[in-house]
Design a protein around this ligand. Structure first.
Ligand SMILES: [Zn+2]
Length: 294
């Protein structure tokens, strides 16, 4: 699947190329696998159950503690950690989010389709980063599976004392770090300082934050890329007051190439709202229905 997104304030148009699906990397999300099997005429598997807050800490901190360094409390230092009154409090988010979870055109890859597994929080290099929940440090610093230093934490389910069969654990990744102040195997508490932000290879100063959530049916410690879920299913955030004011319409279907129909989908939303990638997934369902690719 490839798509192009052109957005100006209140109007976003998405061109969905009907059937030229590129499965791309093997670690694409379950949603992509679902889409592919639909196109191939195979039975569509039942959707994964919606993640619920019960699988996570019900009152997590945000990894930048509501951007606390931009307006720190009197006398506060990063070593003090994230104040507990910010835990689970949607008034303290790390927004704005510079890139959210879900499909996106990869600018550095010639606009090749990419699936972004976390949230990017643009922030100056050296911004302190905090544990979003109690956990154990699995990785601190460089790791062969990642381009830049990171911290990875493992978290038990609420009320659990271990990673258990049937429930597993969840993991959080704090990536592109310039520094880290914890060590592998160490136990950390929610809100504890764990490191400092850095920049990606493109010199974009930000924190990439991921939540990986696997049920533990086969591997109670599973924390693969494919296990990444939308962090906003986990982090507290205010609902957009304009969320119900969005409209979606298929305005045209270009069938000049019969094997590759291109529906144009127009999304209108109030100015200032961020495009929600859950809704893009919905739009793609519409597009696939309209293009009759099966
Ligand atoms: Zn990222």
């Amino acid at each position: 699947m490839s798509y192009r997104c052109v957005g100006i304030a209140a109007l976003v148009a998405i061109l969905v190329a009907g059937c030229d699906f590129d499965p791309g990397q093997s670690d694409q999300s379950t949603a992509e696998d679902t889409s592919l099997s639909k196109r191939g005429g195979k039975p569509k598997p039942p959707p994964d159950p919606e993640p619920t807050t019960g699988l996570f800490d019900p009152a997590p901190a945000w990894p930048l503690c509501g951007r606390i360094t931009e307006n720190p409390p009197a006398g506060w230092t990063p070593e003090n950690g994230c104040p507990s009154d910010r835990f689970g409090n949607p008034a303290y988010t790390d927004g704005p989010i510079s890139s959210t979870y879900g499909p996106r055109p990869l600018v550095s890859g010639g606009y090749r389709y990419d699936f972004h597994r976390g949230l990017d929080l643009a922030t100056p290099l050296g911004t302190p980063v905090f544990a979003v929940a109690d956990g154990e440090v699995r990785i601190a610093g460089p790791h062969s599976s990642y381009e830049d230093p990171l911290v990875q934490l493992r978290h038990f389910r609420p009320g659990a004392a271990s990673c258990t069969a049937g429930d597993g654990c969840y993991h959080t990744n704090y990536m592109h770090l310039s520094g880290w102040v914890v060590s592998e195997g160490e136990t950390v508490v929610k809100g504890q300082l764990i490191g400092y932000t850095g920049e990606s290879a493109s010199e974009f100063e930000h924190l990439h934050f991921e939540v990986r959530n696997a049920p533990g049916a086969h591997d109670v410690y599973s924390n693969w890329q494919r296990d990444a879920v939308h962090p906003l299913a986990f982090l507290p955030h205010p609902e957009s007051p304009n969320a119900s004011n969005m409209s979606v319409a298929i305005t045209d279907v270009d069938v000049s190439t019969a094997s590759n129909p291109k529906p144009t989908i127009q999304i209108e939303m109030p100015s200032g709202d961020e495009l929600d990638l859950n809704r893009i997934a919905h739009v793609r369902e519409l597009a696939e229905t309209a293009s009759s690719c099966d």
